[in-house]
Design a protein around this ligand. Sequence first.
Ligand SMILES: [Ca+2]
Ligand SMILES: [Ca+2]
Ligand SMILES: [Ca+2]
Ligand SMILES: [Ca+2]
Length: 415
Amino acid sequence: MGMQAGWARGVGVGVAVVVALAGSGAALALPTYTVTVVASPSQLEGANPAAVNDQGQVAGSYKEQGVDPWQWRIWFWDNGPISKLHDATTGVRQTYGVGLSNDGTVAGYSVDGADPWASRPLVCFDTDADGVPDTVERLGSFGGNQGAGHGVNAAGHVTGYSEDAGGVKRAFLWVDGNGNQQYDAGELTDIGDLVAGGEAEGRSLSDDDVVVGVAEGDIGYGFTLKKGFVWGDEDGDGTPEMIELGSLDPSSAFRPAKPCAISASNGFAVGSGDNADGDERACMWTDTDGDGVPEPDTITSLGTLGGWATAWGVNSLGMAVGSSYDTTESTTHGFLYAEGSLTDINELLIGATDWEVTQCADISDTGYILASASYQGQSGYVLRLDPVADLIPEPCTLALLGTGAIGLLTRRRRR
Ligand SMILES: [Ca+2]
Ligand SMILES: [Ca+2]
Ligand SMILES: [Ca+2]
Ligand SMILES: [Ca+2]
């Protein structure tokens, strides 16, 4: 882990050298990746990858086939066997894994089979400290029928939403105040709204409890629309506030950008929004004053593989991943955004020509990328892409390369 973190910091230096020496060759200094198969379709049907942590552990949801009717359950992978987790609460049919902390704590939600169905946010702790989460704990509610957990940080704090008694979704922060790894009354905090009494939903939180999500915001004339927010103490008065996160097209009130993730530290947030042409683009917010809270006016488009693009994950170095429609190949591909350029992740895989990565779901601070992929045309694989440090070109090599060589390298995977 330490070695990889050190490598990842080195990437920034490499990119700066390329820009200085070769002008347009920034993509050359991007990391390359080996492929680790986390789950195949025969191992886990319908497996979706939700999150990867600094240890390279992975969590998500899959369809359990051994029960009737089939059920969604949480899966957790720790560089070997797959663990399966289910909420044993009476009446529960579906259990979903959404977030994963660096110590292997999973956040998600479970759904009753009753009519009307009810859902609750949950957290899965490793209560016996064997490195694998084992206990599903439901996190209560604000009085309504539905709720979900989405993000969990290094402290085990969870964000998500819970409906109030009137059925309005309210964003929450759950802190295990008495440290018993269980939900107790008073531990679920409503973190507010952009419009008084409006809906809000937390999606991701940093290690300092800065939350990003989506909330109803005012667009004038008495109308509201779902907008991106950040919740943190940007004004420095000691109390967090909810701030609207703006748009890639400030000229239109109807195109708010929406964040999906915030980095563990350093205040990078990513998501997507429509630009002035009405095209969906991946975007990033950054923190310019060092308080860990990204600011609305820092919003930047990360680019595209040709068509729509959205970012799903970001690490504390400002490297982002997501998916974009590749107009050249008429298909969706996963991408990596690093140091100012967005690149098809398939062009960064080493010796992996039978793989086609269709989505990148998350990236850890240690550089692991979690991906969905097809193998020889068969979809349904979950991969972890592991960065390789020693293949980053030396600066002296870069200086000798012209644009022709750059094209050769970046197209090595194309079939
Ligand atoms: Ca355990
Ligand atoms: Ca507690
Ligand atoms: Ca404040
Ligand atoms: Ca800030």
